[in-house]
Design a protein around this ligand. Structure first.
Ligand code: PNS
Length: 165
């Protein structure tokens, strides 16, 4: 049984993430989608909100998908879960440098853990949680890039922020 950890901020989960998970399930028997802390990012949603949205989007996969969150080094989490690999998605060339750096650092930290990259579908090449949040913040239509629940949560979050200013 081959198990991959798919780590990320998932703030919020997008169709691009779901595309990578679908592709990952062609390669791995099980994928553990894990919310981890990226110190470079200030998140919009709490960990609980992000888990709720992931659960909604991934319910149909039943026991082939597990959703979790953790704090600390990714490689320590991978070892603790006895997973076979780290799964990461690659969109455009612009992702390459960051992903390459992170994979090599993870390898330096634990030589037994491999990172597997899958290419996202062309349709999602320009999507990212950050750009989706920016569009949604100013009322842009992101309905084809996120699930209906995530679209609703984005609207609620930005409406609440407006009223609290
Ligand atoms: O979705 P993101 O923000 O690109 O995901 C990045 C993430 C969360 C996978 C990365 O920041 C991470 O692995 N954080 C945990 C700390 C760690 O192990 N960092 C990598 C080695 S420096």
């Amino acid at each position: 049984m081959k198990v991959a950890i798919y780590p990320g901020s998932f703030d919020p989960v997008t169709m691009g993430h779901l595309d990578i998970i679908e592709r990952g399930l062609d390669v791995f028997d099980k994928i553990i989608v894990t919310i981890l802390c990226n110190p470079a990012k200030k998140t919009l949603f709490t960990v609980e909100e992000r888990i709720f949205m992931l659960k909604d989007s991934l319910a149909k996969y039943n026991d082939r998908i597990e959703i979790d969150s953790s704090y600390g080094l990714l490689v320590d989490y991978v070892a603790k879960r006895k997973a076979d690999a780290i799964l990461r998605g690659m969109r455009a060339v612009s992702d390459f440098e960051y992903e390459f750096q992170m994979a090599l650092m993870n390898r330096k930290l634990n030589r037994d853990i491999q990172t597997v990259f899958l290419m996202t579908g062309l349709r999602w090449i320009f999507t990212s949680s950050s750009i989706i949040k920016e569009a949604a913040r100013f009322g842009g239509d992101v309905s084809d890039m996120v699930s209906p629940l995530v679209e609703k949560k984005l609207k609620e979050k930005f409406a609440a922020m407006k009223t609290s200013v």
